[in-house]
Ligand binder design. Sequence first.
Ligand SMILES: Nc1ncnc2c1ncn2[C@@H]1O[C@H](COP(=O)(O)OP(=O)(O)OP(=O)(O)O)[C@@H](O)[C@H]1O
Ligand SMILES: [Mg+2]
Ligand SMILES: [Zn+2]
Length: 476
Amino acid sequence: MEFRLLDLINMAKTHTKFVCQACGYESPKWIGRCPDCNEWASLVEEVVTSSKTPAKSGALATYSAPASIASISAQGAPRTSSGSGEFDRVLGGGVVAGSLVLVGGDPGIGKSTILIQVANHLSLNAGKVLYISGEESAEQIKLRSNRLGISSAELYVASETNIDAVEHYVDTVKPDFMFIDSIQTMHDAELASAPGSVSQVRGCTNTLARIAKSSGIPVFIVGHVTKEGALAGPRVLEHMVDTVLYFEGERQQSYRILRAVKNRFGSTDEIGIFEMREEGLVEVPNPSEALLSERPAQGTGSIVTATLEGSRPILVEIQALVAPSYFPSPRRTCSGVDYNKVLMILAVLEKRVGLSLGNKDVYVNVAGGVRIVEPAADLAIALAVASSLMDCTPDSSAIALGEIGLAGEVRAVGQAEKRLREAARLGFDRVFMAHSSAARVAKDIKTNAVGVNSVRSAIDAAFSGARQHRGEETAK
Ligand SMILES: Nc1ncnc2c1ncn2[C@@H]1O[C@H](COP(=O)(O)OP(=O)(O)OP(=O)(O)O)[C@@H](O)[C@H]1O
Ligand SMILES: [Mg+2]
Ligand SMILES: [Zn+2]
């Protein structure tokens, strides 16, 4: 009898449920705070009308019997080039058949632009492409395409938000590749909740996953990102797709960085660098050169370091400005580097080198909008700050490489030779780096390695050289 009663209660309640819009947690009644992700007021009532057959709502529509792994043949994911070396690099070497790729990024960063460019290339070289936009009309897509010089007979576009219609188009057009812009505008008529809600996003992604997996069509999906940086309707989505790419960059600057956040078919270390131009996103094959192109020839507070992005060394300029403070507690502002890391380096400069920064505002910036997470940039940050504070111009043909410890010591960084080769290629002839690794640098590298033990000795080496340099210049 008790069971009966429970069943009755459940039946009465199944027609609406409350779903956390941040993580997808479901509850039969409203609660103020999601017990799963701790978000406040994130639960929204959604109507449950779905009587979908399990085959339709699951991602795996086609049942296949378990098979011995030895008997399964896989030709090693066949990949198709997207037409952009940078895009391929981030995907792990090209587009994988049947994969689901989510592309996220801030509004207006260029998601639609890069995807229509990739769609165009695929349609010219690899097969039929279906491009569905729920955000723009066919005319708007055409206008953008005109600007980007895109007009391919094999590129089919539709302005559509109904996922069932999309499925119908797949049946009629029979594309080899598919693009959805964006998942938040798609809706499934069988689910009563509004487009963009977690249930809709999940339902539509399920349908797309089913299409991708059953037909082998790679599907690219645009996803919008909330202020906090999470893809809206998010955690749920990230688990359902094979690859999550994140498009980032300062909108005021022209450089855009494409990064893999998750990749079932490749590494997540690689980045692709693009430049936004009138004619669309153009890949930047030589990022170091591009990022250093606007560096002032002579100036205080600027020093170059070599950071590794995936397998690729990239030279970036670290800038610092130290100015008298008019605030009771001086400001420390940084972009592109970790705030706490900068505080630590400032403390080392005060305590171990004896520089006085207590009444100074300090600004640290990585030129070009790149974000550096690895500690190899520590020494460059310290030298840039010291240079601005002491008003000394460092040797502009030198780079700095090293992690700084709390005792003020300079430590070795990984894969130093790769970084030095890139520095030598761009004409840098000196590098300040940890003593231990400077001795081990291969003979064929042209950059002259200057070994330093501590931040203090690095500052001495960097600025005595600079003064000499200036001395020579005035002597001439
Ligand atoms: N005529 C133009 N010349 C140069 N750049 C342009 C031009 N028109 C648009 N852009 C660039 O394209 C960007 C918009 O690109 P796109 O529409 O691909 O972004 P999105 O990420 O898809 O945006 P949304 O989130 O609104 O869909 C603009 O922010 C601007 O930088
Ligand atoms: Mg768009
Ligand atoms: Zn939640």
